[in-house]
Design a protein around this ligand. Structure first.
Ligand SMILES: Nc1ncnc2c1ncn2[C@@H]1O[C@H](COP(=O)(O)OP(=O)(O)OP(=O)(O)O)[C@@H](O)[C@H]1O
Ligand SMILES: [Mg+2]
Length: 497
């Protein structure tokens, strides 16, 4: 072990059953091989998450986490002496006077307890939007066409009203689009529009728009070399599980598509913790689960570690579970036959020696106690150890409102994100286009112009409306030429870093 490892806690027995204090570590170099924190309610998952996030921060690794119950904002404040906490710190030979909070940035979809976190519709793309709206395959096909027409015409889809305008446009030009893009049935468009209406009444309305989150803002280190902890305030958000989980999937997709390939770094560039992870896989079609699995597998070479937190490992599809090498398993209940089955299969995933029964341990362990197995430097999983988790030195529980307010006031991101902007996009362009077309028709009844970017006839003096759109989107995307926008595995835009 080196001092570049993260201290997770300690075992009280070695493998031959001798008692003592045996520190348990997470290898920082293997921290991008992802992880899992699982356990029944009240067994210590959130405190483990906090301790782990705090340790990454101390090692200069920025962190993103979702605060689902409002009980982790205390990570921004120094902790204080408490008999149980002291006991564990003492056992580990840790000082008892070094309570400290982490540099923290708060994000909040609703913009109340943090900076608003936003994405554009264009950027999110049709795959995740379809999931968010619960579209069936045919409807997803139509949404794909709407995106293709928008992408090809350089129509910016920033917010939900742009998407609505785009769908109307697609419906009204369905006949012309058919030969180029495929069949667009009016009933599918109608169904999507009804879903859109529901979306407009949900938190998603706030999520879509600008200024969009810049990933670099999540990957910051403070002056003393601590990684920033980005806390997504999610206690209200999680009540809209589809919005919550789509936001997390979008974030993962963005990181994957836009961070450069760096192989296995000395330490991760960023670690993200997905609490209530089962929501990411609920109501998710197998095709999308396959894509998520692919992104989870590939994102580690971009230096991103992904840690899922959930009650039971059974909540996570096996293909994804197999990618999670660093595991902290808190106690699980084993009363019903179904629960016993989960315990058995959780036990089977650990490499263990003969000194104790993993299966018994899972149902016996106390609060803040866990079975820990991490990926060793040589790439093999360590023998599982029954351990007491190291408590955080930041405050356990929530920060006070005034403390959060103070952090928001000091934050460099307030100016950048707190006010929404609404620049010209598909909604305005299509409205303008309709107005122009109506005027022209009234003036001289010219032949009807095609809606999409048709090949430009030679010698035509003026730019078509579509060409003007393309120029404006190219400007807004940083001067790339008019080639088609590139979308990644989960459909977000690739910005060609
Ligand atoms: N490592 C630890 N050291 C000291 N105390 C702990 C530790 N872990 C948990 N506790 C105590 O147990 C309480 C419950 O833990 P925690 O909130 O982490 O459970 P949880 O598994 O996240 O529960 P839920 O599923 O309901 O969110 C904490 O408030 C804290 O008092
Ligand atoms: Mg919790």
């Amino acid at each position: 072990m080196t001092d570049k490892d993260v201290l997770l806690g300690y075992a009280t027995q070695d493998k031959s059953g001798r008692s003592g204090v045996y520190p348990v570590h997470l290898n920082l170099k293997r921290a991008n091989r992802h992880g899992l924190i699982a356990g029944a309610t009240g067994t210590g998952k959130t405190v483990t998450l906090q301790a782990l996030a705090e340790s990454f921060s101390q090692q200069g690794v920025p962190v993103f986490l979702a605060d689902v119950k409002g009980d982790i904002s205390g990570i921004s404040q120094p902790g204080k002496s408490h008999p149980k906490v002291n006991e564990r710190l003492q056992a580990l030979g840790q000082p008892l006077d070094q309570w400290r909070g982490c540099p923290t940035v708060f994000w909040d979809l609703y913009g109340k307890q943090g900076h608003p976190i936003r994405a554009t519709i264009s950027d999110m793309g049709p795959v995740l939007l379809s999931r968010l709206m619960g579209l069936n395959e045919t409807q997803e096909g139509v949404l794909n066409i709407a995106f293709a027409v928008a992408d090809d015409n350089g129509l910016l889809l920033l917010d939900l009203k742009d998407l609505r305008a785009m769908l109307q446009h697609v419906a009204s030009t369905a006949a012309e689009l058919g030969s180029l893009y495929g069949n667009v049935s009016k009933s599918s468009v109608g169904a999507i529009q009804r879903r859109l209406l529901m979306l407009e009444r949900s938190g998603a309305k706030k999520f879509f728009g600008e200024p969009m989150l810049e990933l670099d803002d999540l990957i910051q280190v403070d002056d003393s070399g601590f990684g920033f902890v980005n806390v997504l305030v999610a206690n209200k958000l999680v009540q809209e599980p589809d919005v919550y989980s789509t936001l997390l999937l979008w974030l993962m997709s963005e990181l994957f598509e836009n961070l450069p390939e760096i192989g296995d770094p000395e330490k991760p560039k960023l670690v993200v913790f997905f609490d209530e992870a089962h929501l990411m896989f609920k109501n998710t079609p197998q095709a999308l689960i396959d894509k998520i699995e692919q992104v989870v597998r590939l994102i580690r070479s971009k230096g991103v570690g992904v840690y899922f937190i959930t009650q039971s490992p059974g909540d996570i599809p096996d293909s994804v579970l197999a990618q999670l090498a660093n595991r902290v398993q808190h106690a699980l209940r084993a009363f019903t036959p179904k629960e016993q089955k989960v315990v058995r299969s959780a036990a089977q995933t650990f490499r263990s020696d003969k000194s104790f029964s993993v299966q018994d341990a899972i149902s016996e362990m106390g609060v803040g106690e866990a079975l820990i197995s991490t990926l060793m430097a040589n790439g093999a999983p360590s023998m599982v150890k029954r351990s007491l988790v190291k408590p955080p030195v930041s405050r356990i529980g929530a920060a006070k409102r005034a403390e959060v307010r103070e952090i928001l006031l000091q934050s460099p991101f307030a100016q950048k994100y707190d006010t929404a902007i609404d620049r010209e996009s598909a909604f305005e362009k299509l409205a303008q286009r309709a107005a122009t077309a109506a005027k022209a028709a009234a003036a001289e009844k010219p032949p009807r112009k095609r809606a999409h970017a048709a090949p430009k006839p030679r010698g035509r003096p003026r730019q078509s409306i579509a060409e003007t759109f393309v120029k404006s989107v190219v400007r807004s995307l940083g001067g790339r030429t008019g080639r088609a926008l590139v979308r990644g595995i989960l459909g977000s835009l690739f910005k060609g870093r």
